[in-house]
Design a binder for this molecule. Structure first.
Ligand SMILES: *[C@@H]1O[C@H](CO)[C@@H](O)[C@H](O)[C@H]1NC(C)=O
Ligand SMILES: *[C@@H]1O[C@H](CO)[C@@H](O)[C@H](O)[C@H]1NC(C)=O
Length: 286
C-alpha cells in the first residue's frame, strides 16, 4: 500500500478503517437478524410493521380492535434466541407483550416456553411471567419484577433451550433455570417436539391486571412494543449447547430470585397442598 502523503491523510485513513471495522462489528455482534427473512405476521395485519435497513426493526401495536403478532418461519429443536425489546410505555395496564417458543398448539400435547410481560399502570412495575409446558401440561409459573423500567430502552431477552436446561435471561442475567431431571426419573421437559418462535402484543385485561381489576385504558391506544436485532443460534458448534450457570451467573440468579421474584410455583403451598410437581425438590439447588 502506498504511504499516505502526510499526517492528516494518514489520520483520515486510520479513522476510515476504524469506522469500517466498527460498522462490520456492530452489524455482526447482534446477528444481522432480518425480520422479513426469518419471521411472518400471525395476526393484526398492518399492526405488524417491519422497518429499518435489512428489516432489523419490528413494531407491534394493539388497539381496541386487535393486537398483533409474528412467528418464525422455521421450527427449531434446541438453540438460543436473543431479542431486543422495548415494552409499551406509560399506562400499559392490561397489555401483554410476549416472546415465546411453542410447538403446534392444535395437537393438545404441545410444548411451550414462555416469556410474557404484563403491563402496569404508569409508574408501577411490569410483571415478567415465565412458564414451561411439556406435552400439554403447564403450571410451572415463576414471576419477577425487573431492576429497570423495560419501557424506556431496549434490553435483550434470551431463551436458551438445550437437552439439559431452559434458561430465561435478561441482558445476560439469568432469571430462571428449568432443568431436565430425566436422570431422576422426571419426564417433564420439552424435548420431543420442534417449536417456533412467537411474539405478540395483546389485550389481557381479564387476567393480567390483579385478576382483571384494572382495565385497559383505550384512550391511550394504540399501544406499541418494539423488537429489534434478534439473533437465533442453532449452529452445531454454538455455545447454547453447553450453556449453563457459572459462578458469576449463579450469583446473579440468586440475586434476582432473592430480590425480584414475586411468584414461584414451587413455593405455592396452597395450590399444591396435595403434592408439589416432582422437579420442585431438585430445583432449589439449580
Ligand atoms: C402493578 O403494580 C402493583 C404495585 O406495585 C403490583 O402489586 C402489581 O403486581 C403490578 N401488576 C402487574 C400486572 O404487574
Ligand atoms: C461454527 O461453525 C460455522 C460453520 O458451520 C463457522 O462458520 C463458525 O465460525 C463456527 N464458529 C465457531 C465459534 O467455531
Amino acid at each position: 500500500m502506498a504511504l499516505p502523503p502526510n499526517g492528516h491523510h494518514a489520520k483520515m485513513l486510520v479513522l476510515q478503517i476504524v469506522m469500517i471495522v466498527a460498522l462490520v462489528l456492530s452489524s455482526t455482534a447482534y446477528g444481522a437478524g432480518n425480520f422479513r427473512d426469518e419471521f411472518e405476521p400471525t395476526f393484526g395485519d398492518h399492526r405488524v410493521q417491519m422497518s429499518g435497513p435489512g428489516t432489523r426493526d419490528l413494531s407491534l401495536s394493539l388497539d381496541k380492535f386487535s393486537g398483533s403478532g409474528f412467528r418464525s418461519k422455521k421450527e427449531y429443536k434446541y438453540g438460543r434466541i436473543d431479542m431486543q425489546m422495548k415494552l409499551v410505555p406509560g399506562n400499559a395496564a392490561g397489555t401483554v407483550t410476549t416472546l415465546y417458543l411453542s410447538s403446534d398448539q392444535s395437537t393438545g400435547v404441545h410444548d411451550e416456553i414462555d416469556f410474557e410481560f404484563l403491563g402496569n399502570v404508569s409508574g408501577q412495575p411490569y410483571t415478567v411471567h415465565t412458564n414451561v409446558f411439556s406435552e400439554g401440561q403447564g403450571n410451572r409459573e415463576q414471576q419477577f419484577h425487573l431492576w429497570f423500567d423495560p419501557s424506556l430502552n431496549f434490553h435483550t431477552y434470551s431463551i436458551v433451550w438445550n437437552p439439559r436446561l431452559i434458561m430465561f435471561m435478561v441482558d445476560e442475567t439469568p432469571l430462571r433455570v428449568f432443568r431436565n431431571y430425566e436422570n431422576h426419573g422426571i419426564t417433564f421437559f420439552p424435548k420431543k417436539q420442534y417449536q417456533r418462535i412467537y411474539a405478540s402484543l395483546w389485550n389481557a385485561d381479564d387476567w393480567a391486571t390483579q385478576g382483571g381489576l384494572v382495565k385497559t385504558d383505550w384512550s391511550k391506544a394504540p399501544f406499541v412494543a418494539n423488537y429489534r436485532n434478534f439473533n437465533i443460534d442453532t449452529s452445531a458448534n454454538g455455545s447454547w449447547k453447553n450453556h449453563d450457570l457459572d459462578a458469576n451467573s449463579r450469583r446473579r440468579l440468586r440475586w434476582v430470585q432473592k430480590n425480584y421474584m414475586i411468584y414461584n410455583y414451587c413455593s405455592d403451598w396452597k395450590r399444591f397442598s396435595q403434592a408439589f410437581p416432582p422437579e420442585c425438590k431438585h430445583s432449589k439447588f439449580n
